[in-house]
Design a protein around this ligand. Structure first.
Ligand code: SF4
Length: 369
């Protein structure tokens, strides 16, 4: 198991330099690989009540683990102000993540503030949230009332013992399934279900999960186990490639490929040939999708990360708290995104054996999946 992690907060980079000449946003900002800034993932807490082995393994995120002090977190006003800056550069979709975002006190208030924002085309934002559903049944209605549009739920197994082996806490599958149904009933659909598949741990649940979510309004997505962060002890031979997931399901429940809903969609879509619904495959290891990656990530304490596998971020909170103007922060963001050339998964996929395992990759629980 990986050694103890040093707290990311203590590694504060110098704030990005503010150029002398400021530029007005145009609603379209592309990086080195001509990928437009379109999606923003905002981590609203580094805390979670689960200890999923592929994200926050208990051996590392134990009772001594130092979480960020509340004063370090971006306030709702700071998050909303930064979100407006990203939107002015073309962001149309915001996903709230964590840790577990529903643990952030008064999260509905933040949802309400973000739901008022409009894209550069005057349309409502596509405002979504990813949760482990531990609090979902209780909060679904108030999130919907606040303006949340859709929700994604993480569920790695139907069998309780396997589920608890994956999330390493004593939480029941029935409570997650109940949360999913309530979210659907209040109109937070189509609810997507994310299952991370780890060989030898829960891959025997692929078929039971597929059978369970067929003929339901829910979209089950299978995620290849990834070498995110530096603490999950990732090994290539614990990855079940998506092609194998498809063939296992297809053997019993024939599948047909579907085209993407939009450029940059992370999941490859498949439908059951008999019309019983749709599934998705998120294949960061076997079929990297960096070429269309339009996602920026904002950490819990206001650092911009341009890739899930980044080793360092850019401190936007410092600019906010140094009293920098929106025009200054916007210009800095433009420069940072334009300089972006990240394509970690592509490099890893093409070079599995040679790619160095960086011990400094940011933890997924700090910037959201
Ligand atoms: S590895 Fe980085 S660049 Fe590639 S798809 Fe993931 S976040 Fe985007």
């Amino acid at each position: 198991m990986a050694e103890k992690i040093i707290m990311m907060a203590s590694q504060r980079p110098a704030p990005p330099a503010v150029p002398a000449i400021l530029e007005a946003p145009t609603g379209l900002l592309s990086d080195q690989l001509a990928r437009p800034l379109h999606d923003l993932r905002i981590s609203v807490t580094d805390r979670c009540n689960f200890r999923c082995v592929y994200c926050m393994p208990k051996a590392v995120f134990d009772s001594d683990y130092q979480y960020l002090p509340h004063t370090s977190l971006l306030s709702f006003e700071e998050i909303t102000r930064l979100a407006q800056t990203f939107i002015a550069h073309g962001v149309e979709k915001i996903r709230l993540t964590g840790g577990e975002p529903l643990l952030r006190k008064n999260i509905e208030k933040l949802v309400g503030m973000l739901a008022e924002l409009k894209t550069v085309h005057g349309k409502p934002l596509d405002l979504t949230l990813t949760t482990n559903a531990s609090l979902l049944a209780r909060k679904a209605q108030s999130l919907k009332d606040a303006g949340l549009q859709r929700i994604t739920v993480s569920l790695d197994a139907l069998d309780n013992a396997t589920f608890q082996k994956m999330n390493d806490v004593d939480f029941s599958v029935d409570d997650v399934l109940h949360g999913i149904d309530v979210a659907h009933q209040v109109g937070l659909g189509p609810v997507k279900i994310n299952m991370v598949v780890k060989a030898g741990m829960n891959d025997q649940e692929i078929l039971p999960m597929a059978r369970h979510f067929r003929n339901t309004p829910y979209i089950l997505r299978f995620i290849e186990y990834m070498d995110v962060g530096a603490s999950n002890g990732w090994k290539m031979d614990e990855v079940i490639p998506s092609a194998e997931v498809v063939s296992r399901i297809h053997a019993e429940m024939p599948l047909e490929p579907l085209s993407a809903n939009y450029t940059g969609e992370t999941a490859a879509r498949w439908r059951y040939a008999d019309g019983a619904g749709e599934i998705g495959l998120i294949s960061s290891v076997s079929h990297a999708f960096c070429g269309d990656c339009t996602r920026a990530r904002l950490s819990t304490e206001g650092k911009l990360y341009t890739c899930l596998f980044a080793t360092s971020g850019h401190d936007l909170r410092a600019l906010l708290r140094d009293g920098r103007s929106d025009a200054e922060i916007s210009t800095v963001l433009a420069q940072l995104w334009r300089a972006r050339g990240d394509r970690y998964s592509e490099l890893r996929t093409n070079n599995t054996d040679g790619l160095p395992r960086s011990a400094n990759k940011v933890e997924m629980s700090y910037i959201g999946g």
